[in-house]
Ligand binder design. Structure first.
Ligand code: GUN
Length: 284
């Protein structure tokens, strides 16, 4: 079997056009969706991600307020900044770019953003809602994974899904959403301490790799016809590698293209979520 690759560019373009329409409709009602993007320190990769988010917002008509804070900011000062943004009624969504410098408490920062402005879906209230039949805000990369899974036509309910990694942005929330009462899959979370890694993978209809460990998944571990989604990123010898070996494409039915990142889906889902939250404010 040779896998079909998801056409992430085409999907991304469709999502972009959809968001342009929704932003224009909001504008006609006199509502300007506005995303506050908080960047702490000058990590070059975070700066690149933030610039791309700003470009995307501009393309669809979402206003952006970028706040760059010093690498040495205290927890108290950062929380104070977030509180101010949270109180500002012209701002409809807030995103604090992660990772934060090591001296800051990420969990506490994410809790300081009110659930109604949390475009990342990382506030504990939003995370808990992933387990229910009606998730409120799905974290952007997980929302992208969910969208590509829908494209395959696979019935998630009851399917065996392996999620590699338990990270805050992808592995953790993907496990909550897919095992929850809206998607109803049978999910196994695999991590460093897992003993029966290969057996679980071979028994999986879907593999979601978000471990950040180059070529962790090889063909021998994959069931013929499985759907394989690789969002893992690592740079073992200076070049970007996914978690899944490209030869897995000979075994899988659907797979993310091995030569590119999943970033376009994450970015397009961020726009969708910013618009969701702006629309909900009108409805409230
Ligand atoms: N850093 C890398 N990806 C993300 C993301 O989706 N959200 C936030 N807040 N930080 C990130």
């Amino acid at each position: 079997m040779t896998a079909r690759f998801f056409d992430l560019d085409a999907l991304g373009l469709t999502l972009l056009e959809e968001s342009k329409g929704r932003a224009a409709a909001l504008m006609q009602k006199g509502i300007i969706p506005c995303l506050a993007l908080v960047e702490v320190g000058d990590d070059p990769q975070s700066a690149t991600y933030v610039s791309r988010k700003i470009e995307d917002c501009k393309k669809v008509g979402i206003a952006v307020q970028k706040i760059v804070l010093s690498e040495t900011i205290t927890q108290a000062d950062l929380l104070d900044q977030i509180l101010q943004l949270d109180r500002d009624t012209s701002i409809t969504g807030i995103l604090v770019q992660l990772p934060l410098p090591a001296h800051l408490n990420e969990g506490q920062v994410l809790q300081a953003i009110s659930a109604e402005k949390d475009v990342d879906g990382l506030h504990p209230v939003n995370l808990m809602s992933l387990t229910t039949s009606d998730p409120s805000v799905i974290p952007c990369t997980v929302r992208g994974i969910d969208a590509v899974l829908q494209q395959t036509g696979l019935v998630l309910e009851g399917a065996n899904v392996a999620v590699l990694g338990r990270g805050r942005l992808v592995g953790g929330p993907a496990t909550l959403l897919l095992s929850g009462k809206s998607r109803n899959a049978t999910v196994t979370s695999l991590h460093r301490k897992s003993r029966n890694f290969k057996d679980v993978l071979r028994n999986s209809d879907v593999i979601i790799a978000a471990a950040g460990s180059a070529h962790l998944v090889i063909p021998d571990m994959v069931r013929a016809g499985a759907v394989v989604i690789d969002v893992g990123m690592s740079w073992p010898e200076g070049s970007l590698q996914g978690d899944v070996h490209p030869a897995v494409a000979e075994i899988a039915s659907w797979m993310t293209p091995p030569d590119r990142s999943f970033g376009v889906m994450t970015r397009m889902m961020l726009l969708k979520t910013v618009l969701d939250l702006a629309e909900k404010r009108i409805a409230a």
